[in-house]
Every structure is written in structure tokens, then in C-alpha cells.
Design a binder for this molecule. Structure first.
Ligand SMILES: C[S@@+](CC[C@H](N)C(=O)[O-])C[C@H]1O[C@@H](n2cnc3c(N)ncnc32)[C@H](O)[C@@H]1O
Length: 452
């Protein structure tokens, strides 16, 4: 229970939320006692279901009858590498796996990232037998000094309980179905400062711009169809976290963002710290003009200037009454669509990804012809981190169709762009697309020149 002294009452209704000392001090594992009191029943047998053994990076586990997707292995690899890096740097690692399924992530955080403690939670009690069976391989699963516990609460309840017990975690993994926005607040409540938050969304409809009111409700972003909707999905997820963090007095920094075609799944690793974002230049609007194919980004301050140079319907917005009014007016331009507010800054931190790559090399996960997909992905992420690159990507098919030429080879196109002084990188999302600061108009000109 919260005990409020008269002083803290006047300062804030949540004294420990805003007390940096409490948020950075050593862990206080009260959550163990609290959960045990509430619902920590002894492992019960699950309804009989066939064992189904899997192996990821040499770690064996049973998926039983739980929800498990083999295709999410790369997302799990990235999470484990980030957790292990954290442990190396900070010397400790306590993890909440808020939606653990069969417990594969919890197991991998314990085995591969050497986590000190993992709280493995899944709302579905029927998964208990499988989760416990998987984690029982770890020493110190039971008794004093235990390294893991299993619980079956709604993820929001378990993370809120951590917050109420002032038991903050280094690494919070929320691997949800659909949109994860309803878990963001409690996840921020449970995390230590400078801790890592790994979030997921499988809401491809909202990022595709097909449900703008749903994306508005979930992430505060009115998203319209754009040719690079999957990157928009990542930017929507980060933008939603930026906003929610800001409400609570925190700010987040994206360390890497990963889109996977299987699902589709959008994953983002965020570092959480104190203080509101003072620099909001990375939180704004993206426009795409169907007429000329050009994209632009606009900050909040520039909202009234949104227009497309090609558009004969050039319109300067002076109506600042409401975001919806502005965006709705823009849909009236027909050729120009506006989405936002979203994260418009870098999707990854190149220094961080380089560290991840080195660790993956050290573990033998990449290099020597092994794990080439992961290596390719990490190298693409490093390239995509160039701050000069604009939001979105340009698909070569679209360039070819607008230029009325054959699709130019990607490597040749990028080399020419580099020679002309543009920044250009491949995208980890689409194989035949280029991220660049070159406009579509210039891309068309280059494609035509190459054809001659
Ligand atoms: C995407 S699966 C997790 C997969 C797992 N993390 C993995 O990597 O294999 C989502 C899990 O969340 C659980 N779940 C759904 N809603 C939940 C909630 N509100 N709180 C906690 N768990 C929930 C489901 O039972 C399911 O096992």
C-alpha cells in the first residue's frame, strides 16, 4: 500500500515513481513474497498435451500445447543479446517476461544472458506445467535464492504489483498479441531507470493505415496508407512509447527496431530514462504524396506549413484547432497523406548494434558462415542508423514504374546516389528498397540516366 506523508502528498501522489534514488538502487525482491502470497500455488499438472521439443541456439525446451512461433526466433535472439550486454555492463539482470508462453524467453534469459532472476508470467494457467518443466532445468529454481518464479496474472497486474512493491526490474519483455499500448504504462511502472523495455506489436492493420482511429486510440497517431507502412508501424510503436513515457516523466531511446514479415511482428528495444524529452524534433509527422512519390517529415511547429511542392492544391494550414482537423483537411488534398505524430528519428543506435554484433560474433552466432541471417540483419540495421537518412524507403519498383524504365539494379542505384552525395542504405524491411535522403524526383532522374 502507498503511504503518503504530508510532504510527499503535496509533491506527487506517486513519490517513489518520481524518486530517482529508489529507481536506481539495488533490487528489493518484494515481488517474490507478494506474488507468493497472492497466487503462487505449487506447480499443477497441465491437461495432457503432447510434448513438442524445440531447440534454439542449443537451448532445448518443450512448447507443449502453448502458443509458440518458431519464426520469432530472431526476435528472441535479439532480446537475449541485449539482455546479455546489459548484464555485462551493469553486473546484474532481473527480467520480467510478462507474456512468456511456454517460457522459452525466460529460459534463454537465464541460460544465455545469465539473468540473476526471471519472473515468467503468462495469464494462461494451463501453461504452467510446460513453463515450470522448461525452467526446472535451471539450478536454484526452488527454495531460497531462487532464480525464477512463474505466475499467471494479467501482465498489467503483475507489472503494477512490481511498481507497488517498489521492486523494479532491469529488463521488461512484453511480447503481446495485437497492439501492446495497453501494457506500456504498467511496463514503465515496473522498470528501473536506464533499464530496457522490449515491446512488440502484431497490429499490421493499423500500421497499414487501414484503421486510423484504432492507431489514434492505441498510439496517439493518425496513420494513413503509405508505401512503407511497415516502417511506419515501427515508428508508430516507438512514438506511442515516447508519448506514454513522457506522460509519466520519462523518456525512451530506441536501441533497435525490427520488423518481421512473419506475423507481421514489430519489435522495438527501448532504453528508459528519467526526464521528459526536451528535444522533440524526432516526434512529428510524415507525409507522402501519391502524385510525385515524395515524402517529407514535419515537426509540430511546422504543421501549418505542410504541403507538397508538386501539388497544385498547395495548401497552407492555419487551422491549429485540433490535430484531427488538420489531418482530416489534409486527406482533402487527396494526393498528400499525413500520418502522425510518430517517431521520425533513427530506428537504431549504430554503436549499440555494433556491440550486439560483436557479442553475437563472440558467441559464434554469426561469422564462420553461421547465422548469416542474423549477421545480415544486424549489418543492415547499422547501415539504416545513418542520421542523414529520411523516414521511409523508396521501392525500386515504384521508381521504375514512375520513370517508365526497367527496375535498376539496387547496388548500381545506391552507388550512383553515393557518388552524387546522397545518403543511401538498404532497408531491413524490404529487400528491393533504398532508404535515402534523395527525393523520388531525383531517384527517377538517376534511374533514367542509368538506363541510357
Ligand atoms: C505472443 S505469445 C508469447 C510468446 C512467447 N513470448 C514466445 O516467445 O514464445 C503471447 C502470450 O501472452 C499470453 N497472454 C495474452 N494476454 C495476456 C495478458 N493480458 N497477460 C498475460 N499474458 C497474456 C498468452 O497466453 C500467450 O501465451
Amino acid at each position: 500500500m502507498l503511504t503518503l506523508t504530508p510532504e510527499t502528498k503535496t509533491l506527487s501522489p506517486f513519490p517513489f515513481l518520481y524518486n530517482p534514488m529508489i529507481r536506481t538502487q539495488n533490487p528489493n525482491p518484494k515481488i517474490l513474497i507478494s506474488l507468493q502470497k497472492k497466487n503462487f500455488s505449487p506447480p499443477r499438472t497441465t491437461p495432457h498435451c503432447k510434448s513438442h521439443y524445440q531447440n534454439e541456439r542449443g537451448v532445448e525446451f518443450d512448447t507443449g500445447g502453448t502458443f509458440f512461433r518458431h519464426e520469432s526466433a530472431t526476435g528472441r535472439d535479439l532480446g537475449v543479446l541485449a539482455a546479455a550486454l546489459y548484464k555485462q555492463k551493469k553486473g546484474q539482470l532481473r527480467v520480467i517476461d510478462a507474456m512468456c508462453g511456454c517460457g522459452v524467453r525466460s529460459l534463454r534469459y537465464l541460460v544465455e544472458a545469465n539473468a540473476d532472476f526471471v519472473l515468467a508470467n503468462d495469464a494462461n494457467e494451463e501453461y504452467r506445467g510446460v513453463i515450470v518443466k522448461n525452467l526446472a532445468k535451471i539450478d536454484k529454481g526452488f527454495g531460497d535464492g531462487r532464480r525464477w518464479i512463474v505466475s499467471h496474472f494479467d501482465a498489467n497486474s503483475v507489472m503494477t504489483e512490481c511498481y507497488l512493491q517498489k521492486d523494479f526490474f532491469d529488463f521488461v519483455d512484453v511480447d503481446s498479441f495485437g497492439s501492446n499500448s495497453s501494457f506500456l504504462r504498467s511496463a514503465f511502472g515496473a522498470i528501473k531507470m536506464d533499464g530496457l523495455l522490449y515491446i512488440t506489436s502484431t497490429d499490421g492493420f493499423s500500421s497499414g493505415g487501414h484503421r486510423p482511429y484504432q492507431s489514434l486510440a492505441a498510439y496517439g497517431a493518425y496513420v494513413r496508407p503509405m508505401p512503407y507502412s511497415n516502417e511506419v508501424g515501427l515508428r508508430m510503436l516507438i512514438g506511442g512509447a515516447v508519448r506514454e513515457a513522457s506522460v509519466l516523466g520519462f523518456h525512451v531511446t530506441p536501441l533497435f527496431s525490427y520488423y518481421s514479415y512473419h506475423g507481421p511482428v514489430f519489435r522495438v528495444m527501448l532504453r528508459v530514462n528519467w526526464g521528459k524529452l526536451t528535444d522533440n524534433r524526432h516526434y512529428g509527422f510524415i507525409t507522402y504524396c501519391h502524385q510525385c512519390g515524395n515524402s517529407q517529415t514535419f515537426s509540430w511547429d511546422e504543421l501549418s506549413l505542410i504541403s507538397c511542392p508538386c501539388s497544385n492544391a498547395k495548401k497552407f494550414m492555419h487551422d491549429r484547432k485540433s490535430l484531427l482537423n488538420i489531418v482530416a483537411n489534409f486527406q482533402g488534398l487527396r494526393s498528400v497523406v499525413v500520418s502522425g505524430p510518430l517517431w521520425t528519428g533513427p530506428l537504431h543506435n549504430a554503436t549499440y548494434i555494433t556491440e550486439v554484433l560483436h557479442l553475437a560474433e563472440l558467441w559464434g552466432w554469426v561469422g564462420n558462415g553461421i547465422g548469416t541471417d542474423l549477421e545480415k540483419l544486424l549489418r543492415l540495421m547499422i547501415d539504416e542508423s545513418d542520421p542523414k537518412l529520411l523516414c521511409g524507403y523508396i521501392k525500386l519498383d515504384e521508381v521504375a514504374s514512375r520513370a517508365k524504365v526497367n527496375s535498376p539494379p539496387l547496388r548500381t542505384m545506391m552507388n550512383t546516389m553515393h557518388k552524387e552525395g546522397y545518403a543511401a542504405s538498404r532497408s531491413h524491411i524490404v529487400s528491393n528498397a533504398i532508404k535515402t535522403n534523395c527525393t523520388m524526383t531525383e531517384c527517377i532522374r538517376i534511374a533514367k540516366d542509368l538506363q541510357r
